[in-house]
Design a protein around this ligand. Structure first.
Ligand code: NFE
Length: 503
């Protein structure tokens, strides 16, 4: 039987997942991005310096990643030298955004797939926020299923965490996490100008000055975020893992992994990163070659040619194309399917052996959970990888502030050439992000974005290979085919953003 899981909630943008279930197992899944946007078209003919502003509007969750990928593409095209302060300020802004985003993804977008929100009815304490939640849940339960009310109920049927104390603690952290996310965003805005869409990120650096008062304010905020990560976020992820150990085995994608490298430690080109760049197939990591990236569109709602390289890509909408079921393209690397995002970053860095802290954390948590690092390719793996990265990133950002040089420039000297082209890559929190710009006659002649959720939520490619999320869903046993909480947990572990995917 065919079951549509859409519209999928607790994600960004419009996603349907069409599943085919036989004998309680998902035997087929199609990820359907259900919106068209066309940012690449509207950039054509504009001033190149509009790009890092306009592409941020692709998304309100990961705008800084778009600004930074765009800035790097332009730096490349302008042959612009970035001063150390410029690179560091980009890192301070982008890193703080990752912290905000991981907390959002876990608490607001995934935790209530596991945490029993109705446990709040047993709450006997005096915390005003929790009492409010108890009141909402009570009211919603008394209205019955016919009156769905956000944000806590209704929910899919299935097993939830049984321990009331763990549930109530997690609900409290769900609320607290929003305050902490605000602090991460405030930290980013100190140098980025504002959240969500930064006014200060430019090719070559940042328009904000390096000042001691700003650094101190940033450090204080990130320090608070780090404390929450250590004392609440990591323990909550481990509590979910302890209650649902079967999810180490559920939701593995069946291809390779890609990371463009997150938070450069040294100047481009050939920067080393806090989380290494690489592409991994069959356990072997190699260097990323953007020339290997193509985008198929046989099953995408575009009539342009399929399998084009980044610089050749086009965008001709074709909403009624036969056999097409998604507005996402299907990016492939050397023709192969892969997953991007938190598990890809951790697995690639783990295999490169660059970061002893990451290695130690992975080994420690894998030991506690009695899993092999390979099983980080799973629902729980993606959640744990975000938490591990959050901890490492927060420490790194605090150290990175010490490397700012007072009084030294934070911006390169921008000169837009008559013609040129460039690629800019970074890791948005959902994974590998690439922007390409071609300039002709001082204007943008072509712009192309290859975006994390375009990889993960891609439809089938021209060879019929499913996308990463589709491959993770196929083979999943579901207790209730009509609802499929198991499938929802898999989708949420990828944290898809369809606004980004279709851009
Ligand atoms: Ni709209 Fe984004 C991230 C990017 S996902 S959230 O992270 O780029 O495709």
């Amino acid at each position: 039987m065919k079951i549509d899981l859409g519209p999928v909630t607790r994600i960004e943008g419009h996603l349907n997942v069409r599943t085919t279930v036989e004998n309680g197992v998902v035997v087929d899944a199609q990820c359907m991005s259900e919106m068209f946007r066309g940012f690449e078209v509207l950039l054509q003919g504009r001033n190149p310096l509009d790009a890092q502003q306009i592409t941020q509007r692709i998304c309100g969750v990961c705008p800084y990643a778009h600004a930074i990928a765009s800035s790097r593409a332009q730096e490349n095209a302008y042959k612009l030298q970035v001063p150390a302060n410029g690179r560091i300020l980009h890192n301070l802004i982008e890193g703080a955004n990752h912290l905000y985003d991981y907390l959002l993804q876990f608490y607001q977008l995934s935790a209530l797939d596991f945490v029993d929100v109705t446990a709040i009815l047993q709450y006997k304490g005096k915390d005003a926020e929790l009492l409010k939640v108890r009141q909402w849940v009570q009211a919603e339960l008394s209205r019955g299923k016919a009156f769905p009310a956000a944000p806590f109920l209704p929910r899919l049927s299935g097993k939830y965490i049984a321990n009331a104390d763990i549930n109530i603690g997690a609900i409290k952290h769900y609320l607290d996490a929003m305050e902490i996310q605000k602090k991460a965003n405030q930290a980013a805005a100190i140098f980025g100008g504002k959240f969500p869409h930064s006014t200060a990120i430019f090719p070559g650096g940042c328009t904000q000055d390096v000042r001691i008062d700003l650094i101190a304010a940033y450090q204080a905020l990130i320090g608070e975020v780090k404390e929450f990560i250590t004392s609440k976020y990591i323990p909550d992820v481990l509590a979910v893992a302890a209650a649902f150990p079967e999810y180490w085995k559920i939701g593995a994608s069946k291809g390779g992994f890609l990371s463009h490298g997150l938070l450069p430690l040294s100047p481009a080109p050939n920067s080393k990163h806090l989380f290494a760049a690489g592409v991994m197939f069959d356990g072997q990591v190699s260097a990323v070659d953007p020339k290997q990236i193509t985008q198929d569109i046989l099953h995408s709602k575009y009539s342009s040619p399929s399998g084009l390289k980044i610089q050749d890509s086009t965008l001709t909408p074709s909403p009624h194309k036969e056999g097409a079921y998604s507005w996402s393209k299907a990016p492939r690397y050397g023709g192969r399917m892969l997953e991007v995002g938190p598990a890809a970053r951790v697995l690639i860095d783990y295999h490169q052996g660059n970061n002893p802290v990451l290695k130690e954390m992975v080994n420690k948590f894998a030991g506690v959970a009695k899993i092999s690092p390979k099983e980080l390719n799973s629902v729980l793996g993606r959640h744990l990888c975000r938490a591990i990265q959050a901890s490492i990133i927060a420490d790194f950002l605090l150290d990175e502030t010490e490397r700012l040089e007072h009084g030294a420039p934070a911006m390169g000297n921008i000169v837009i050439p008559r013609s040129g082209e460039g690629i800019g890559m970074t890791e948005a929190s959902r994974g590998a992000l690439l922007h390409y710009i071609r300039i002709e006659n001082y204007k943008i002649a072509k712009y192309e974005c290859v975006v994390p959720t375009t990889w993960n939520a891609s439809p089938r490619d021209d060879k019929g290979q499913p996308g990463a999320m589709e491959s993770a869903l196929i083979g999943t046993r579901v207790a209730n085919p009509e609802e499929q909480i198991e499938s929802l947990r898999i989708v949420h572990s990828f944290d898809p953003c369809i606004a980004c995917a279709v851009h």
